[in-house]
Each structure stands twice: as C-alpha cells, then as structure tokens.
Design a protein around this ligand. Structure first.
Ligand SMILES: *[C@@H]1O[C@H](CO)[C@@H](O)[C@H](O)[C@H]1NC(C)=O
Ligand SMILES: *[C@@H]1O[C@H](CO)[C@@H](O)[C@H](O)[C@H]1NC(C)=O
Ligand SMILES: *[C@@H]1O[C@H](CO)[C@@H](O)[C@H](O)[C@H]1NC(C)=O
Ligand SMILES: *[C@@H]1O[C@H](CO)[C@@H](O)[C@H](O)[C@H]1NC(C)=O
Length: 358
C-alpha cells in the first residue's frame, strides 16, 4: 500500500515537473525566484557563456550560479532571475496614473458612490451551462487581476468594466438635486487567462491570475486602474495597516447576492490571530493576508476582488493600493472566521514578469 502510494506520488511529481515549461515560475537553488527559459534568453547566463568563450573557463562563482539555475524537469531550460523583465513590468505599472478616486465616501449603508471605484471588474465564468461571478481589478490598460480558483475547470464568459448596478444601464444617481450618470458599461467577451503556475500544486496557495484583455481599454471616469505595491515600502504596509476595504458585488448576507457595488471595512489580523481563528488547521503562509471579524467579512461572491487601502506613499498623493485578492474564507460570511487573501506584494515579480512578457 505504502509502496504503491509512493510510486503514484512519484509519477504525479514527474508529470507535474514535465509540465514545467518555458516562462513557468521556478525557485532557484539559491532560493531566488525565477522563470524557466532557454539559456540564450537568460541575460545573466548568456553573458557568462559569452565570457567563457573569451576566457575559456568559468569562475567558481559562475559555476555555483549555473548549478543553482536548474529548471525542474527540464534539461534545455534554466531557472533564470530575469530582473530586466521584472523591472520593465514594474515600470509599466509605475508609469500609469492609478488608484485615483473621486469620492472616498460611500452612500448610506455599504453601497459605494457611482464611479468611485473605477478599477472594479465584474467577471462571469462558465461552468458547463451555469455561470457564476467573481470580482477582479483593472491594474493596467491591458490587464485584470483576479483569483486563480475562479477558473478552476471553467472558462471566462464575460467581463464588465465601469459597472455599478448590475440591473440598470446606464447607472445614474441623483446628487445634490442633479442626475449624474456613469459612462456606459464596457463589455469584454474575451481574454487570455494566466493562472499562477503553482496554483494546482496545493489547494488554495498562489491563488492569483491575470487576464490579458484583447486590446487596451480606454480610461474614463468609470474605468481606471488601481495601484499595486510596486516596492518594499508599499509591500510592508500590508502588515502594518490596521484595516482594509473590501469591494465587490458579493453576497451582502449569506445567499443574498447584491446587485450594487458595495464596500466593507475589515480589520487586518496578524498571522497568529488568523491561525488561531482557524484552530490552527489552515495552511497559512506568509504570502497570505487575513482580515475580517464576525460582522465584517467578504462573502463568497467577492472572490478575486480587491483588499485595498488609501495611502499617501504612492507618489505623495492619496491613492488606492491593492494589497490582497479575496481568496477563501468560510462559505458563510461573518461567522467568526476571517477572510483569507492572496498577498499581492508577494507576487509582484510574478505580475511584473507576466505583463512585460505576455
Ligand atoms: C459546476 O457546477 C456544478 C453544478 O452547478 C457544481 O456541482 C460543480 O461543482 C461546478 N464545477 C466547478 C468546477 O465549478
Ligand atoms: C455538462 O453538461 C452536459 C449536459 O447537461 C453533461 O452531459 C456533461 O456531462 C456536463 N459536463 C461536465 C464536465 O459537467
Ligand atoms: C497579534 O494581534 C494581537 C491583538 O489583536 C496581539 O495581542 C498579538 O500580540 C499580536 N501578535 C503578534 C505576533 O504581533
Ligand atoms: C515606492 O513606489 C511609489 C510609487 O512609485 C513611490 O511614490 C515611492 O516613493 C516609492 N518608495 C520607495 C522607498 O522607493
């Protein structure tokens, strides 16, 4: 029994490793994150090879470096830290105007002001003949960020950008006696989905995905990107913030879906408290964030949506920065268990590399 299990596990491991192909993320022998690619495409290693042709030998440091560059399951590929591509992707994110919001206040209750969260994306996903929804965020004119589990065996049905009330079109509100309407919703039917390559290895780890849009979206008052934690200063805020905003069209109460974009404030929990609230049974890692309490939690429909906060550390003006992606929690919202979020800051290299190369 043990042996056959072991053989099964080994076969599974080999199959998984064989599937590690080009551009798949990997961990180098020295612990640094990288991507599998051909030697010729890896700047650092192809330079070493050029140098060796001149000198006719590698230095001991180069040998160590190359030995640490194994791409699991592939002899042709190396695990390369492609810092240039990551830097290029981060620059693409920094170069745009993001996280700008017109109104921080919400309407009575939890409904947000019209056009105040212009990065929110309403995703519908096909599962055979049924569809379900997930949230997402516009992070760039070409990319939407969401959770990988949204696409587990399912396909994208459509995306709505600049949405507020799911049932009306256009969406209008009376403000100080005047009718204000948002631009028409942008419907996008296609997108290329990139789930994190290691998402399948362990349930609900690396729960992050990007959707590449078929063309650049045009920014309007109701369609704009949110900022991401593009450097360590911003990444560290995720652990020091005392609360976050969670937005979405998810259930306001168990089994009661909302037709309006709503937002809730959830307290940030440290990992000790989080771990204890799951009775220590949850596979919590440092690439997760934990937030919420009995009364304030995101609900199932909010999967893929943002955990965010306003900070002045982004170019010195108040901006919305997304720190988390709603990943999992208990199916009943607000029942003593906090919500668990993918920590965006831990995946900045993955995001940056993808948007610079895909
Ligand atoms: C698809 O939908 C069926 C019925 O609604 C459900 O039982 C099943 O778990 C869903 N599968 C996935 C992969 O979501
Ligand atoms: C999808 O639905 C069809 C018809 O209802 C059914 O025959 C098929 O087995 C379903 N496939 C999956 C993967 O659930
Ligand atoms: C976690 O937060 C609680 C208060 O909510 C505090 O008592 C505890 O010391 C904190 N633990 C760590 C490791 O910061
Ligand atoms: C982090 O990035 C933001 C946005 O580009 C910038 O305003 C801030 O100065 C950066 N902080 C550091 C320490 O580099």
């Amino acid at each position: 029994m043990r042996a056959s299990l072991l053989i099964f596990a080994l076969t599974l491991a080999t199959t998984l490793q064989l599937s590690l192909g080009q551009d798949v993320s990997c961990t180098r022998g020295d612990g640094k994150p990288g991507y599998c690619m051909r030697k010729s495409q890896c700047p650092k290693i192809s330079n070493m090879i050029k140098q060796r042709r001149l000198r006719n030998s590698y230095t001991p440091e180069e040998i160590t470096y190359i030995l640490n560059s194994v791409c699991p399951g592939s002899k042709e590929l190396v695990c390369c830290e492609d810092d240039e591509k990551v830097a290029e992707g981060l620059q693409m994110l920094r170069d745009q105007e993001c996280g700008v919001f017109s109104f921080a206040k919400t309407f009575g209750g939890s409904e947000v002001e019209l056009m105040s969260r212009p990065w929110m994306v309403y995703l519908t996903i096909n599962n055979n003949s049924t569809t379900h929804m997930c949230g997402g965020t516009l992070i760039h004119k070409r990319y939407v960020l969401t959770a990988a589990h949204c696409f587990n065996g399912r396909t994208l049905h459509s995306m709505r950008l600049g949405e507020h009330n799911l049932l009306t079109e256009p969406d209008c509100k009376v403000k100080r006696g005047r009718m204000v309407c948002a631009p028409r919703v942008v419907h996008i039917q296609r997108g290329q989905i990139f789930q994190h390559e290691e998402f399948f290895k362990r349930a609900l780890a690396h729960d992050i995905a990007l959707i590449k849009l078929p063309q650049d979206v045009v920014f309007t008052n109701s369609v704009r990107p949110i900022c991401l934690p593009v450097n360590e200063t911003l990444q560290e805020l995720a652990t020091t913030m005392d609360k976050f905003f969670v937005a979405g069209w998810g259930h306001v109460r168990p089994n009661v879906p909302s037709t309006l974009l709503t937002e809730t404030i959830v307290p940030n929990l440290n990992m000790t408290d989080c771990y204890n609230s799951f009775n220590g049974i949850s596979p919590l890692t440092t690439s997760l964030l934990c937030a919420g309490d009995v009364r304030h939690d995101s609900c199932s429909g909010d999967s893929g949506g943002p955990l965010s906060h306003v900070t002045e550390l982004y170019n010195g003006v108040q901006r919305f920065v997304q720190f988390g992606i709603t990943s999992f929690g208990s199916p009943k919202c607000g029942d003593h268990h906090p919500g668990v979020y993918t920590k965006v800051g831990s995946y900045m290299r993955w995001i940056a590399y993808k948007i610079a190369t895909k």
